[in-house]
Design a protein around this ligand. Sequence first.
Ligand SMILES: [Zn+2]
Length: 265
Amino acid sequence: MQLPEYEVYAIKYGERMGTRGDMFMRGDLHDAPMAMDYFVWLIRDGERAIVVDVGFGQSEGEKRGRTFLRCPTEGLRLLGVEADAVEDVIITHMHYDHAGNLELFPNARFHIQDDELGYVTGRAMTHKVLRHSFRLADVLEMVAMVYGDRVVFHDGDDDFAPGISLHHFPGHARGLQSVRVHTARGWIVLASDAAHYYESMEKEPTFMTHENIFDMHESYRKLVRLGGSLSKIVPGHDPDVLARYPAPSPDLEGIVARLDVEPSR
Ligand SMILES: [Zn+2]
C-alpha cells in the first residue's frame, strides 16, 4: 500500500528570552542569552487535519513570563484550519505550554500516553517541584475529556494512522510522545520536547525540566536513531526551525515553517 504523504507545519504562537543557565543544567556560558519559541504543529492531507499540541493560553503564558503572540487556533486559521473542525489532537505531554487550550477544540479526540495522565493525576504531583510545569485546570480538563469519551490512550509506541506513528520518549515528561509522519521527503519526526533544541540531539546538554535524567538522555539518542538524521527531526522549541525551513507563503515568514520540504541544513 502506498503511504500517504502529509504536509506538516510548525506554527509559532509564543516566545521567551532566557539564558543558557535557564535552559540547561550546568550550562556553559550560563549567562548567555537563549531564546525559546513555542509551537503547535499541523499534519494534513486532502482528507484530514491532525493537530499536535494546543499551546498555552494568554493568561497562563504571561503569568510565567512568556510572550503570547497569537492564539494557537489563530495560527491554525492562517493555514485555513478551523479548530472546531479538527477531529484528532495528539497531546505530546501535559505541560502547560502543550496542553493549555483543550477547550478550544470542541469536536476533537485527544490522544495521550497512558503514562502521562497517570503521572499528572498521581503521587508524583504531591511534589511541588514535579508539578511546576503542569496547570491544574489543564489536568482537570483532560480528565473531563476522559469521562466525555474524548480521550484515546496509547501505551508506548503505537500506530496512529497510515503514515503516522507515535513514539514514547520519557524523561522530560513521563508520558512524552513524539510523532513520526510520512511526507514527500520520507519520514520526519516531530520531536516535541524529546528534544527542545537541535543541540539537545547534537551535544546532549541536560535540559532543566525533567522527571528522569537518565530516561531523558536515553530518549535523545533513541530519537536520533528513529529520525536517522537531524534534517528529519524537528525539535520542539528551537527558533532555528523557522530559519531552516521555508514559510509556506511570504506573509507567514517568522510564523509558520513548512516541514515536509528539505531544510536548508
Ligand atoms: Zn515544551
